[in-house]
Design a protein around this ligand. Structure first.
Ligand code: GLC
Length: 753
């Protein structure tokens, strides 16, 4: 490269910031922080020119790339330390576009240098990761987080995760997961935001905004990847990876709304599910990947497969071999191949055989490159690899404080007999059970780089927050709830005024690849509860679980029950703040809790029927309905009013409800608004969530909560699968949970009326 006077000046000014690469003729290329270098004839190519539009830069770069180089952009491979040299060799051979599972500013910088310095066009890698609920400071599992019903809080949590992940050299996360499930047997229900598509949609958008921020080029934001497209949660029997069979109506009404919300929020990428739609794997499903995703939902970002799904198609008999799977995948619109290597192995040959169009490969490469340009990797491929910033950002006190603040409202008070909680500053408190001192299970399954030893246990939280209390902590391991342990726990309880029983299921019993038929606490923990019950002391049970669980015996024995989920790094402190009364619970369930797994599937928004038949061997209805949650104070709802008794297409309807805090302490109340379509051309659902809000009230304070509904809120898919607001009566319902609502009837006027 000819060194002009200008370059010398730039070198001198930015020398300390310069990192090096090689140009298309093997000459040294210099990247400057915020600059790229001048090429040999003294000017930047368009793709290097930050002042050019991303479209122009991508078009220029594509025009210079070979087909092989374009195919490399579609090859996403996992990084394993024990295969470091193999990966580096593939990078230098220009075979990889993106890596997942490579973490740390130092490692990822060195891998990036391999790419930038060896590629004749200097194309950088992009680093992906599963930053699902935190990176090093771990937040509650998504099912727990969703119980805060707080868009802003969820957005702040995602932004926290993004700051830590970006500081550790990650530019893209495989989140938000937006599957909508009503089957607690499914292990991945822990990753969902509950059973309702409207809530899942609202929180999907919040997470995308939190991860991506307003400028993806900033090295504290990361590209989001909404998943798993679509209908993964519909698997039979709640058994992960099993076949799904659901209607186009379910697809449109239950599974697509959160994807539409994420796309409307600008999500950069999207991941296909392992499962099928209408019998064909989504990885190779043209109807899903074009007609639904591109045409109906308007997605313009990058479509990534899930882990080796091309190989899965072969092993489940939906493709003869990897080559056929790759061919059908590309022809269906699937653009990036995660970990199977089938695109890298077969696309060049498939194009030569005219089985796949070079145009499609180019368009797929375009989308993969657009993500890299949007992330700023062509402006400074090393911006995300600052080890000093990494050390300052991960697990900072600021992040831990924020995580604690965000964890408190995710916990749900399920029972509080005789105001057992908050615990007055009792003299002596026994803390027992396998989660009393546990850290191993607090972080959940997608705990990324969270470290068990950094989690705050219940014991630590209580001793920190209630430092003047004499705690008698007798914990054990999950597999050690033995008779001997029970005896020691009972002895501690007998010496106490009140007992906190910390119970739950192993973190390994939920998450990917796991399904449970029995969704109740292990019998040894029930036996422990029964034993301490005989001591005649008040019992506060704290639950740690990744799904709705059967609680009949727990509720019968406990005076108070707090659902803590897997609460993340600051879980123990959040629990202590709630038990001590320093914080007031406000979380509300986003999944219906069944009385027995025999009630599954169970949800609040079932379609109506002419006769509701319930299992004859159970009490009727769920244990806890959708959106149930108690507070240390009480709220009274009154004066539900609507701005009009009639509504026409294009109108908005204002809904008002007064809420009063009738208790003795400040509290936050989550209010929901549902509608019920009284008559439709299809069997209507019992009710449908349409909006939610939260309000914090002082004791005695009353305020009005105001909702604005558009006529779109009354739309359903009619009997011709048209998404329309049919004329007729609707019931507007507002309240504290799905079975405790005030109601008002309005009429949707048709055009003719
Ligand atoms: C997994 C999951 C997906 C995850 C991906 C990468 O099998 O299905 O949610 O993001 O592989 O780890």
């Amino acid at each position: 490269m000819k060194i002009t006077l200008f370059t010398v000046v730039v070198l001198l000014v930015c020398g300390s910031l310069a990192v090096s690469g090689k140009d298309r003729d093997g000459n040294r290329r210099i990247y400057y922080k915020g600059w790229t270098d001048l090429n040999r004839n003294g000017r930047m190519e368009t793709y290097e020119d930050q002042s050019a539009s991303i479209d122009d830069r991508v078009n220029d770069l594509l025009s210079r790339m070979t087909l092989k180089e374009k195919i490399a952009e579609l090859n996403l491979l996992p990084y394993y330390v024990n295969q470091d040299s193999v990966i580096r060799a593939k990078i230098r051979q220009g075979e990889i576009g993106a890596l997942l599972k490579a973490n740390g500013a130092a490692l990822n910088r060195s891998l990036q240098q391999e790419a930038v310095e060896s590629h004749r066009l200097g194309i950088p890698l992009i680093f992906h990761e599963d930053v699902i609920h935190g990176y090093r400071t771990i937040l509650p599992i998504p099912l727990g987080e969703s119980c805060c019903w707080d868009r802003e809080g969820v957005k702040r949590g995602a932004a926290l995760a993004a700051r830590e992940a970006a500081a550790a050299g990650i530019q893209l996360t495989y989140a938000p997961m937006v599957d909508v499930s009503n089957d607690p047997r499914w292990g991945r229900i822990m990753e969902t935001s509950g059973e309702d598509p409207v809530l899942s949609a609202a929180l999907a958008a919040a997470r995308v905004e939190g991860f991506q921020g307003t400028d993806l080029k900033k090295p504290e934001t990361i590209v989001a990847c909404v998943k798993h497209f679509a209908g993964y949660a519909a698997l039979r029997g709640g058994r992960d990876y099993q076949n799904t069979d659901f209607s186009l109506r379910d697809l449109q009404e239950q599974y697509l709304p959160p994807f539409q919300a994420a796309i409307d929020a600008g999500v950069g990428t999207l991941m296909c599910s392992y499962t099928s739609y209408n019998g064909e794997p989504v990885t190779m499903n043209h109807f899903m990947n074009h007609v639904i995703l591109r045409e109906q939902l308007g997605f313009k970002g990058l479509l990534i497969s899930d882990w080796t799904t091309f190989n899965h198609a072969v092993s489940e008999g939906a493709a003869a071999d990897g080559k056929e799977a790759a061919c059908r995948g590309m022809n269906s619109g699937l653009e990036m191949d995660m970990a199977s290597g089938q695109y890298s192995r077969h696309l060049l040959e498939l194009v030569k055989e005219n089985a796949v169009s070079a145009v499609d490969v180019t368009e797929a490469a375009r989308r993969a490159l657009e993500v890299k340009f949007r992330a700023g990797l062509f402006d400074d491929p090393y911006a995300y690899f600052d080890t000093e910033r990494e050390g300052q950002t991960l697990l900072s006190q600021e992040n831990r404080d924020l995580a604690c603040e965000l964890t408190v409202p995710t916990m749900v008070l399920l029972k509080n007999e005789g105001e057992t909680l908050p615990i007055e500053q009792s003299r002596n408190i026994a803390v027992v059970g396998p989660f009393a001192s546990d850290k191993t299970n607090l972080l959940g399954r997608w705990s990324m780089k969270g470290r068990i030893e950094e989690a705050v246990s219940v014991e630590e939280g209580l001793k920190n927050v209630m430092s003047n209390v004499d705690f008698n902590v007798v914990g054990c391991k999950l597999n050690e709830v033995t008779d001997a342990y029970v005896a020691s726990a009972v002895a501690a309880v007998k010496e106490s005024d009140i007992v906190i029983a910390c119970l739950g299921e192993s973190v390994q019993s939920s998450g990917e690849g796991v399904t449970k038929a029995k969704i109740s606490l292990p019998q040894d923990q029930i036996n422990l509860l029964k034993a301490i019950k005989k001591c005649g002391k008040k019992i506060v049970t704290i639950l740690f679980n990744g799904r709705p669980i059967v609680l009949d015996e727990v509720l019968e024995i406990s005076d108070a029950v707090l659902e803590a989920w897997y609460p993340g790094t600051m879980g123990g402190k959040a629990i202590a703040l709630l038990l001590s009364g320093k914080e007031n619970p406000s979380g509300k369930l986003t999944q219906t809790f069944p009385r027995h797994s025999g009630q599954i599937p169970i949800a609040y928004n079932e379609r109506r029927t002419f006769s509701v038949i319930e299992p004859s061997d159970l009490p009727k209805g769920p244990q806890f309905p959708f959106c149930f949650g108690l507070s240390y104070t009480q709220f009274e709802y009154s004066n539900l009013t609507v701005s009009s008794d009639t509504l026409q297409a294009g109108d908005t309807l204002e809904v008002f409800i007064d809420i009063k805090n009738t208790g003795k302490r400040e509290g936050r109340e989550v209010v929901q608004l549902y509608i019920r379509d009284k008559v439709a051309t299809v069997v209507p659902r019992e009710k449908m969530l349409r909006d939610f809000a939260s309000i914090t009230l002082q004791p005695g304070e009353q305020r009005t909560v105001h909702f604005i509904l558009s006529s779109d809120s009354f739309k359903i898919y009619n009997n011709r699968m048209e998404y329309v607001a049919e004329p007729g009566e609707f019931v507007i319902m507002v309240g504290s949970h799905s079975q405790h609502l005030s109601a008002k009837t309005i009429r949707m006027l048709g055009k003719k009326e």
